[in-house]
Design a protein around this ligand. Structure first.
Ligand code: ADP
Ligand code: MG
Length: 698
């Protein structure tokens, strides 16, 4: 149960003075939570400050900066009668210059009281040059001498949402700070004092009531403290999940390897050294009586599927079953296509289960599955459904893991007795992120590409030259080449992506005729397959697509990848897309079309892609340039995973945090010591209390 002292922090925001149901809806939006609680507000940290310590003269004011000036009110200029919607302007001055205060749809009587002509007032806000003069639109604060004396000299500024102004948020924040109960210290006391980190509650107070602008920087001691707390909560939760999985004793599955040998014999190529190594790691794990939790990490095209299949062969040879789960239907079908001939050669019985298998067909699969007449079931999320029951599931292979949540991963492993888990990820995840997202999973890496791969010639081209690009594609098609054309993310919705793709398709189809085809996420499964099949067979040669082709699609004959508005994609995402070409023997090209002009960061990002094909390097750079959410492509879906911690800044603590979590649990697996009890508070505060249940579940 949640420690009682935390109750005030878990009360809804309406428990704060001045927050009613109407504001609550706005906070729900701001804090991205249906019923925001006091703790959610407290963890909404400032994005800047208003610094009133320096009070520049008007001729010293830098446009664009938040300033506080002491001025004399000169003149009110209400909107002319025939234009009541024009702004209300008030001219103020000091002995060095003048400033125009501008208000839109303000009440005149209010402004006359606020800024009486002839009086001195302190005005804060952002000044800009407009129409050749210094202006300030809707000053943040206007106070008299007495009011100024009572204002904090440094005041925080928060990310806001429409309808929720700074004043309201500050007031609510004051109320929230007042609710902070005395909390036990959950960090190692010696460490905290050595690092001079403040206690949790003090850190919050320091951030929300700064004395210096530097107090609210992510590298400040206060922010670092909270980030460390958040990281520890995350690592502790992962460690608890892992301990829970480990406690459910594993089952050793050993095989002599003749089925695996058959699969390998059916391959038209030899495994690379690192594929062989990964396979050895996995078969060793499988044979052990502990559960396997292994991440197979390999850049696009490094050949993870074959490794997974050969691993499955080991458990199947022992008479048990394997599941292979992909994030999309296209991918599931493609895996099936790759796997089916190899499986047949080895005598493995394979079936597929996605949202498309329905009625009698689905029932037949389920019946065979529970009888053990299917050895390997390939599929999508459909594998999670309750009525999917295995005879004896031994191995779950999960492709592109980060698209699935932790609870989904658990759901699949609960379909068998001590299921071993192999996670495949093609997004080369920097080490720091592996730690955060997967905890201390064992890792196998495929560092080399299969032999015979050619480098991809990557070029960046401004969209002004679209015509030339289209002409070049036309020539390529005439020569019998095959190309993907990926359309931009217009907004964060599939619908608008689709409109852009549809439009490009219509245009190119007119130009190049029926060699052009279209595939997108809203198409019916069968239509998608048909489009992919036409492209794979060469019947169509130019495939217009939304990002549905992002992961895993494998057509070795495709040698050209065009990405429109490349500047709108994440680096890792483009790298994935680019990995769709360069898979065969033909020389491949990737054209990154961008809308000019590009900002510095955007330029740097595209340059990395142009200059490197090393997915690990690209991912690290992406992390550095943009922050963690984008690397995993999770920012859009709203689950960057962290509220406070910034991995580009605080990621360096992850190793220490992980060791700390491991140490704590080795000494106190039930979190029952004094520090253990304190850590329970931490888990609740950062929403990791699910993990606490696992302690009891044993
Ligand atoms: P990814 O790691 O991106 O999932 P895949 O498993 O889809 O890569 O493999 C990409 C392509 O490389 C497939 O066509 C596969 O048949 C081929 N491949 C895999 N391993 C090798 C190898 N050792 N030698 C040559 N080709 C290979
Ligand atoms: Mg793959």
């Amino acid at each position: 149960m949640r420690p009682l002292v935390l109750n005030p922090l878990f009360a809804s925001l309406t428990s704060l003075p001045g927050v009613g149901p109407k504001l609550e809806t706005l906070y729900a939006k701001l804090l991205d939570r249906e019923t925001p609680r006091v703790i959610d507000l407290l963890l909404h940290l400032p994005s800047g400050v208003i610094d009133r310590r320096a009070r520049p003269k008007l001729n010293e004011v830098q446009p664009g900066q938040v300033v506080t000036v002491s001025v004399q009110v000169e003149e009110h200029r209400p909107p002319p009668r025939h234009r009541p919607r024009a702004p209300y302007r008030i001219l103020v001055s000091d002995d060095t210059g003048t400033l125009m205060l501008t208000y839109f749809s303000a009440r005149p009587d209010y402004l006359e009281k606020l800024l009486p002509v002839g009086e001195t007032r302190y005005v804060s806000g952002t000044a800009e040059f407009y129409d050749g003069m210094l202006q300030m639109v809707h000053p943040d604060r206007v106070v008299d001498e007495k009011g100024f004396a009572s204002l904090p000299l440094v005041e925080p500024v928060y990310p806001l949402t429409e309808g929720l102004g700074l004043g309201l948020v500050r007031r609510a924040m004051d109320g929230a700070l007042g609710k902070l109960p005395p909390l036990p210290e959950w960090q190692d006391e010696a460490w905290v004092s050595r690092e001079r980190l403040p206690p949790f509650a003090d850190a919050l107070r320091a951030l929300h009531r700064p004395h210096e602008p530097s107090d609210i920087l992510p590298e400040s001691l206060a922010w670092t403290r909270l980030a460390y707390d958040e990281l520890l909560a995350g690592q502790l939760a992962l460690a608890l999940v892992r301990a829970h999985m480990r406690r459910q004793a594993g089952r050793g599955t050993s095989s002599e390897g003749h089925m695996r040998a058959k699969v390998l014999k059916a391959l038209p190529y030899a495994l690379t050294h690192s594929q062989q190594q990964a396979l050895d790691d996995i078969t060793t794990d499988l044979a052990k009586p502990q559960r396997m939790l292994r991440l197979l990490q390999g850049d696009v095209g490094s050949g993870k599927t074959v490794v997974a299949l050969t691993a499955a062969a080991a458990v199947i040879e022992a008479g048990r079953q394997a599941a292979f789960m992909a994030p999309t239907e296209i991918l599931a079908r493609q895996h099936l296509k790759t796997i089916a001939p190899l499986a047949e050669a080895a005598g493995i019985r394979v079936a597929i289960l996605t949202g498309r298998e329905r009625g009698p067909a689905r029932k037949e699969i389920l019946d065979r599955l529970v009888l053990g007449d299917i050895d390997l079931l390939v599929g999508t999320h459909a594998l999670f459904q309750d009525d999917v029951v295995f005879h004896d599931l031994a191995l779950a292979v999960v492709d592109e893991q980060h698209r699935f949540g932790v609870h989904q991963r658990l759901a699949l492993t609960q379909k068998g007795d001590a299921v071993d888990v192999l996670v495949l990820t093609a997004t080369p995840i920097p080490r720091t992120l592996v730690l955060t997202y997967f905890g201390d999973m064992d890792i196998s890496e495929l560092r080399e590409k299969p032999a015979g791969r050619q480098p991809i010639d990557t070029r960046t081209i401004p969209l002004d030259r679209l015509q030339d690009v289209e002409d070049a594609i036309g020539r390529a098609i005439a020569e019998g080449k095959r190309a993907y054309w990926v359309c931009p993310l217009v907004e964060e919705s599939e619908k608008s992506d689709l409109a852009a793709a549809q439009q490009r398709y219509d245009e190119l189809r007119q130009k190049f005729g029926d060699k052009v085809d279209l595939v997108h996420g809203q198409m019916k499964g069968a239509d998608k397959d048909a489009a992919m099949a036409r492209f794979a067979s060469g019947q169509s040669q130019l495939l217009i697509a939304t990002t549905v082709i992002e992961v895993g699609v494998d057509v070795p004959e495709a040698t050209i990848m065009v990405i429109e508005h490349a500047e709108r994609f994440g680096l890792a995402q483009i790298h994935q897309l680019r990995g769709r070409v360069g898979r065969g023997t033909g020389k491949s090209t990737c054209l990154l079309l961008y809308r000019a002009p590009l900002g510095e960061t955007a330029k740097a990002r595209l340059a990395i892609l142009r200059d490197s094909e090393d997915g690990f390097r690209i991912a690290e750079e992406d992390l550095r340039l943009r922050g963690e959410g984008d690397v995993l492509g999770t920012r859009q879906s709203g689950s960057p995973g962290f509220t406070v911690a910034r991995l580009e800044m605080h990621g360096k603590y992850l190793g220490a945090v992980r060791d700390d979590a491991a140490l704590v649990l080795s000494r106190d697996p039930q979190l029952q010591t004094e520090r253990g009890e304190a850590l329970r508070h931490l888990l609740y505060l950062f929403g990791k209390d699910e993990a606490i249940k696992l302690i009891r579940a044993g």
